[in-house]
Design a protein around this ligand. Structure first.
Ligand code: FAD
Length: 564
């Protein structure tokens, strides 16, 4: 509908002519000319990456105003939160991926996709250099360059080994669909090897010792999936070795799931202990070989060696080489992620935007801006503030720092509320400026960088698309509404993240959830909430149907343990 509304009159007449037997051919030349001019006028947008951030941008972008090209080594989008379920066959790999061409075909095929890696971004000449993924075909592996007016960097992050010796060679990772498929085969291999004749019991035990390094959501979810798979399916097929199986979860901090509410961490620890999953906290991995993992116990300094059959390394994210190189070029060397402003523009590069795991919004501090805030509200920067003056100052802070609204509602802002009323709850007439500044500096210290999650990436992609859709309109009306003029020359409200909570599936059809408003829930009913949220978040009806049918199949027939 959008395309036909905005198509020039000439092309409509041409279409009419074609449909009615081609009698209006005279219009075709001028139409082609008009289209060509239109195309030339269109700004070139290049999107690097087809993950959560890239796809969410592409889905929401009005492509009638842009010439869009996408570069990604994957021609599909993967629903990463279900990757742990793929490792054990609860869900099939193809059920959680959707072809990018399928997603973009709804845009009338005007988005071009190149299956390639971008290996260099050249911000001076506004170019990206790319290498196709088909390395063994000389004709299809020639490097190419693309020019851009706007570049959207959404290449995500890669695994982080922290330089630990032997990790790259001997551990599994869980970042891509292929990783999940490799783990699935690896787990079954361990059982097939352990039952072979001629092995000692010690050798069998080693092959059936599954070690997970990292007690974050991915490590915990994999431990839970693996435990379910082994208890519900595998031990029935390999009964002779079921007593020898062990799962160990190694965490360097004091608790697993430490980004969650502490009630959830302790619920998860207790459940894992009941399930026989060995949770080892306060341990740092020193090195890994194909047979052992060497760890240091932080409290005692003891170094111990643990035999293993399979290790999953899941300890946070690192920087992709193309991003490290780009950061060096733009004076951001040594950072983990590209620094952007709150409008997601890469600091120092006006036409380059970065979204998702490869980016990090550089948080401005309210206290660094305090003199301007007082000046804008037309009040003195010392002494006391009347309630009206305080209201003006807070209004101005909220325009400059919309994210502070979150803190106003949370416990961190209680001391500001204390400023407004005395101990008996009576509203004060005046507020001491120094006490107010102290409360603000506490808010500053609470404003953290956003987590590397799909939720953040998808919201950033959608936000950026909205800005791009309004960019032309804003150029015509540069003044815009007052509240969009924040920060001097930006037409849009800065990006504001809305946290919708987080889940931790814990196996045995139980999950824990932390939902907005400090609401925590755990148990079987939360697992059903998890099923409905994850089904609804699927990128297409096809994957939604496949995922739900996989869950149903697992309930009826169990998981498939063939090694294919
Ligand atoms: P990605 O989704 O990683 O996409 C990056 C894209 O860039 C990919 O298409 C990749 O092929 C492409 N790319 C890579 N290199 C290049 C290059 N050189 N040139 C061009 N393209 C390139 N988050 C949640 O919110 N909830 C969850 O439950 C959750 N569970 C998770 C479970 C697992 C197992 C994992 C691994 C992650 C999970 N996450 C979850 C985190 C979430 O997946 C990431 O935060 C999210 O994928 C980040 O999105 P992104 O678009 O920045 O990067």
């Amino acid at each position: 509908g959008r395309a036909s509304r905005s198509a020039p009159l000439a092309s409509k007449l041409l279409l009419l002519g074609t449909l009615s037997g081609g009698s209006i051919v005279a219009y075709s030349d001028s139409n082609a000319e008009a289209n060509k001019k239109e195309e030339q006028k269109k700004k070139k947008v290049i999107v690097l990456g087809t993950g959560w951030a890239g796809i969410s941008f592409l889905k929401d972008l009005d492509i009638t105003s842009y010439d869009v090209q996408v570069v990604s080594p994957q021609n599909y989008f993967a629903f990463t939160p279900l990757l742990p379920s793929v490792t054990c066959g609860t869900v099939e790999a193809r059920s959680i991926v959707e072809s990018v061409r399928n997603i973009t075909k709804k845009k009338n095929g005007e988005i071009e996709l190149w299956e390639a890696d971008c290996f260099k971004i050249d911000p001076v000449n506004h170019k990206v250099h790319c290498r196709p993924v088909f390395k063994d075909d000389p004709e299809a592996s020639q490097e190419f360059s693309l020019g851009y007016d706007y570049l959207i960097v959404a290449v995500g992050a890669q695994v982080n080994t922290f330089g630990t010796p032997g990790v790259l060679e001997n551990c599994h990772f869980l970042k891509e669909v292929e990783d999940a498929q490799r783990i699935r085969r690896g787990v079954i291999d361990c059982f097939e090897k352990a039952i072979l004749p001629g092995l000692t019991e010690e050798q069998r035990r080693r092959k059936l010792h599954f070690v997970i390094v990292g007690g974050g959501p991915t490590g915990v979810e994999f431990a839970a999936e693996l435990h379910d798979f082994i208890i519900e399916d595998i031990t029935k097929i390999y009964p002779s070795v079921k007593e020898l199986v062990k799962i160990t979860l190694i965490q360097s901090g004091d608790h697993i799931l430490n980004s969650f509410d502490e009630r959830i961490s302790s619920f998860a620890e207790q459940k894992f202990t009941r399930d026989g999953i060995d949770v080892q906290t306060g341990m740092r991995v020193m090195s890994v070989t194909d047979k052992d993992i060497t760890v240091k116990v932080k409290s005692s300094g003891d170094v111990i060696s643990i035999p293993h059959g399979l290790i999953l390394w899941s300890t946070g994210v690192g920087t992709r080489p193309v991003i490290s190189d780009f950061m060096e070029q733009v004076g951001q060397g040594g950072r983990r992620a590209l620094a952007t402003n709150e409008w997601l523009q890469v600091t120092g590069c006006e036409n380059v935007y970065a979204v998702g795991d490869c980016a990090s919004i550089a948080q401005r501090k309210i206290m660094g801006d305090i003199a301007n805030i007082f000046k804008a509200a037309d009040v003195d920067n010392s002494g006391t503030l009347t309630m009206e003056e305080l209201q003006d100052v807070v209004d101005d802070i909220l325009v400059r720092y919309p994210q502070v609204e979150l803190y106003l509602k949370s416990k961190h802002m209680r001391n500001i509320n204390d400023l407004l009323a005395d101990s008996e709850g009576n509203a004060r007439k005046e507020v001491d400026i120094e006490a107010f500044k102290l409360a603000l500096s506490e808010v500053d210290s609470q404003m953290k960088t956003l987590p590397a999650t799909a939720q953040v990436a998808a919201q950033q992609g959608a936000y950026l698309a909205k800005c791009f859709n309004r960019m032309e309109q804003c150029k015509e009306q540069p003044e815009g509404p007052k509240r969009f003029r924040t920060g001097g020359h930006h037409q849009f409200r800065p990006f504001q993240y809305k946290h919708f909570g987080q889940f931790a599936p814990l196996g045995g059809d139980q999950a824990a959830a932390e939902l907005p408003g400090d609401w925590v829930s755990a148990g079987r009913s939360t697992q059903w909430l998890w099923y409905s949220v994850y089904a609804s978040k699927q990128v297409s009806w096809r994957t939604r149907a496949l995922v739900v049918s996989d869950w149903t199949r697992r309930y009826i027939f169990g998981r498939d343990s063939s090694r294919i």
